[in-house]
Ligand binder design. Structure first.
Ligand code: 26V
Length: 824
């Protein structure tokens, strides 16, 4: 009987308006008389949600019937940002929803602004996961994401007296219409306890882990709609809850308070996203998060696999699991535990299945970011996993020993166990040994990991295990959604929106790069986007900037290796120069707005000082009557995905100036260029491949090359090299109090002067200033600049996340698209 009662549908304006009214009166229990924009957003969101859920259901049903090999993307971070605009554009419903909300008295832009970002990530790694989910859905792949449903996402950044303050991001205050609680799907996750041995019916020694604590993982599903296709995939986020079964021991002892405390401890596990990126802190709670998530996800995957009664040997033909950095590496010993301890497979067969299942992506070479867990901590929390890790290591070292007899040094170098005090487990080594493919995220980075951190493994495992998968970004969010005017102009010129799913079609713009009428349309949109950013800057900082000035932008996490410090030192140099000029000289200057944004990890003292310095320099420069519009310095507080969507389309130039060899890839560089901006950057990460695509008229590269860095560091450390005089002068200005009390900034200055200048600011400063001058010169020629801007966009085809995902699918996961047919 169910078949005849179909869900009311209709994507016409009238039906949509009715569904919004329906949600207003039922879901929200509000009336049209007390509706504000937030209510309007909520009701509209629920209406859109209804459609996503139906597509999601159909996709999952279809995939269940087809039962193809699936990929599971395990990431502790998904930096999704807002969902509504994305969903409307993906489903082609923006227009009727605009009209329907208009008829109800709203402006859709205002409603979209009411949505709070889903900010369950730190930076590049989390946003990459979000772009990849978009591509997986759009390309019709049968894919799932698995993550944690943190109660607190990345903190909100407030700037107080120039300093960063952190405010907890309690993002679930109001309901979250973009998730479906699956209270029926829950998995018990064990911790602590001890391991015992027993003899099974075949006389084999088996291990049994008796847990000391069990926590419940409950699923919350977030649908990810593909663009212009039915495929709607799922990210399953786990939330920790106390177990339904209460603890008899407490009940018997009558200790009610302890019982409640224990329940709260369970909920603690998924409470907060760790706000470090690129810095490992060995906290037990973080390790608990990792196992909680990995255990729940793996058991969910296995449950799905088991529905079809296949033998275990076929597991890798049905399941590909991608490890997004080392954070999910405990999935390796967990899968081994399931196969050997619970399912009774032989070790060798289990290991074969495991290595065929996993792929591992490395995202950083910074030594302080490489995860290492102390052996005693692991032993306490996960006693059986530690044993399995030791066994994996033992068998691995035995094979190494066979091929390279008597090479004790080699054994120590490749051992998963580091002989530190106490011993620790090198998670990256475990991930490399357990995966059939290991990839870096840009060509240079993939080469560097082979030459440095994983070099001995080439010798031991052969070169074929290592590969490159250059990162990409989704053009749906980063062009079509963030820059609709430009997307529309491109579609008009190319004849369709096909480029949004086949980004290399953008190349068709090249032939108009010199066309003056087209240049005007192009630059008018750029100007409009700069006005939009000008307004945001005014609103959030009170600073007034001139949209005709050159907009020079650096937004990303604040880190010494990314060298925001060098940028602001360059700004001080520019300011000092302007001060020295006479009126005639100033007339020839290209006005510039230097824009910064980004969060510092709360415990990262030096990074926080950089923020303070930027604000202090801004304070001085922006209020200097001599300078006026010639130079403005802006720090936009609380940089996040939705703010990025306003900032990026407004760039004339963006800076990606990490010390060569330190930025694995970068992805914002791709977003800026896609939106018609030039790059000022170092020869690092994906900058190199961007340069290869867009050509050297569109990018200003400078600074030391990665091959030189080691020697240069040595020279900085052991020889007395005189400091670049311009840098000397800049430091002098900070020290003499030009930007407020100088003692504040002393620790920062010391990183260059007293310290070893590890990130080579003094080495690159001269060429950095020269490149900045070239930028000014280029910007003076408006026509040539417009041409460059068009060519930038036209040549970005390679950097679509669709290209990246196809490469992963074909070379690593071995999965095929499974398009969901249209409803009859
Ligand atoms: C590392 C750690 C270390 C342990 C503590 C918590 C934590 C959280 C996040 C991370 C990830 C750091 C690595 C990372 O974000 N890498 C960035 O990945 C981007 C996507 O591949 C890439 O574009 C950036 O260049 C790279 O810095």
């Amino acid at each position: 009987a169910w078949e005849k009662y179909t869900v009311p549908e209709g994507n016409d304006v009238d039906s949509i308006a009715r569904s919004i009214v329906h949600h207003t009166t039922t879901t929200l229990a509000r009336t049209p008389y007390n509706m504000d924009d937030f209510g309007g957003y909520q009701a509209t969101a629920h209406s859109v949600r209804d459609k996503l859920i139906q597509d999601w259901n159909e996709t999952q049903q279809y995939h269940t019937i087809k039962d193809p090999k699936r990929v599971y993307y395990l990431s502790l971070e998904f930096l999704l940002g807002r969902a509504m605009d994305n969903a409307l554009l993906a489903r082609g419903l923006k227009e009727p929803y605009t009209e329907a909300t208009k008829q109800l008295g709203f402006k859709i832009e205002d409603l979209l602004e009411e949505e709070r970002d889903a900010a369950l990530g730190n930076g590049g790694l989390g946003r990459l996961a979000a772009c990849y989910m978009d591509s997986l859905a759009t390309l019709d792949y049968p894919a799932w994401g698995y993550g944690l449903r943190y109660t607190y996402g990345i903190f909100q950044q407030k700037i107080v007296d120039g300093y960063q303050n952190e405010v907890p991001d309690y993002w679930l205050t109001y309901d979250n219409p973009w998730e479906l609680p699956r209270l029926d799907i829950s998995i018990e996750v064990p911790f602590y306890g001890h391991v015992s041995k027993y003899s099974d019916e075949n006389g084999r020694t088996r291990h049994k882990w008796e847990a000391g604590e069990i926590v419940q993982a409950v699923a919350y599903d977030v649908p990810i709609p593909g663009f212009d296709t039915n495929n709607t995939i799922n990210i399953r986020f786990w939330s920790s809850k106390p177990r339904k079964e209460f603890d008899l021991a407490y009940f018997n002892s009558g200790d009610y308070n302890r019982a409640v405390e224990d329940q709260k401890k369970a909920e603690n596990i998924t409470s907060v996203l760790y706000p470090n990126d690129n810095h490992m802190v060995g906290k037990e709670l973080r390790l608990k998060q990792q196992y909680f998530w990995v255990c729940a996800s793996l058991h969910d995957i296995i449950r799905r696999f088991k529905k079809t009664d296949r033998p275990w040997s076929e597991f890798p033909d049905q399941v590909a699991i991608q490890l997004n950095d080392t954070h999910p590496t405990l999935a390796v010993p967990e899968l081994m535990r399931v196969l050997v301890d619970l399912e009774g497979l032989e070790w060798d067969e289990a290991w074969n299945i495991t290595t065929r299942t996993f792929g591992f992506t490395n995202h950083t070479v910074l030594p302080e970011a490489l995860e290492k867990w102390s052996v005693p901590m692991l032993e306490h929390l996960l006693p059986r996993h530690l044993q399995i890790i030791f066994d994996i290591n033992l068998f691995f070292l035995q094979t190494v020993e066979k091929t390279f007899p008597n090479d004790r040094d080699l054994l120590a170098t490749v051992s998963i166990i580091e002989e530190s005090q106490p011993q620790s487990v090198r998670m990256a080594f475990l991930a490399v040994i357990a995966s059939h493919k290991v990839n870096g995220v840009a060509a240079l980075h993939s080469q560097i990991i082979k030459d440095t951190i994983f070099a001995p493994f080439i010798k031991v495992l052969g070169p074929d295990r290592f590969t490159n998968k250059t990162n990409g970004i989704t053009p749906r969010r980063w062009l079509h959604q963030a820059n609709p005017d430009l997307s529309n102009l491109i579609a008009k010129k190319l004849g369709s929106f096909k480029f949004l799913k086949e980004l290399s079609l953008l190349d068709g713009l090249s032939k108009y790069a010199n066309d003056e009428a087209f240049q005007k349309e192009w630059m008018d949109i750029k100007y409009k986007n700069k006005v939009r950013l000008t307004n945001l800057i005014k609103e959030r900082t009170g600073i007034e900037v001139n949209p005709n000035a050159l907009f020079d932008i650096q937004v990303k996490r604040i880190h010494e290796y990314k060298r925001q410090f060098m940028n602001i030192l360059g700004v001080i140099h520019r300011y000092a120069n302007l001060k020295k000029m006479n009126a005639a000289q100033r007339k020839a200057v290209v006005p510039r707005v230097v824009i910064f944004g980004g969060k510092a990890a709360p415990g990262y003292y030096i990074a926080k000082l950089v923020i303070k310095l930027i604000n202090s320099v801004g304070e001085k420069v922006n209020n200097d009557k001599d300078i006026g519009d010639l130079l403005k310095v802006v720090f936009i507080p609380d940089y996040n995905v939705s703010v990025a969507e306003v900032i990026i389309p407004a760039n004339d130039i963006s800076q990606h100036i990490s010390t060569a060899g330190t930025e694995a890839s970068g992805t914002s560089n791709m977003k800026f260029v896609l939106n018609g901006g030039l790059i000022l950057g170092t020869v690092d990460g994906a900058n190199i491949e961007i340069y290869e695509e867009i050509g050297d008229d569109q990018i200003f590269l400078f600074g030391a090359r990665s091959e030189q860095v080691e020697d240069l560091r040595h020279v900085q450390r052991y020889r007395n090299v005189p400091m670049n005089p311009e840098l000397q002068a800049v430091i002098h200005l900070i020290e003499n109090g030009t930007f407020g009390e100088s003692h504040i900034f002393q620790p920062l200055i010391n990183t260059i002067t007293v310290g070893k200048d590890y990130y080579l600011i003094s080495v690159d400063f001269g060429s950095y200033l020269e490149s900045n001058e070239l930028v000014d010169e280029a910007f003076k020629d408006k026509k040539a600049w417009a041409q460059k801007s068009i060519l930038c966009t036209a040549r970005m085809g390679k950097f679509s996340s669709d290209r990246a995902i196809k490469e992963y699918a074909e070379d690593i996961w071995n999965i095929d698209p499974v398009p969901v047919p249209d409803k009859k």
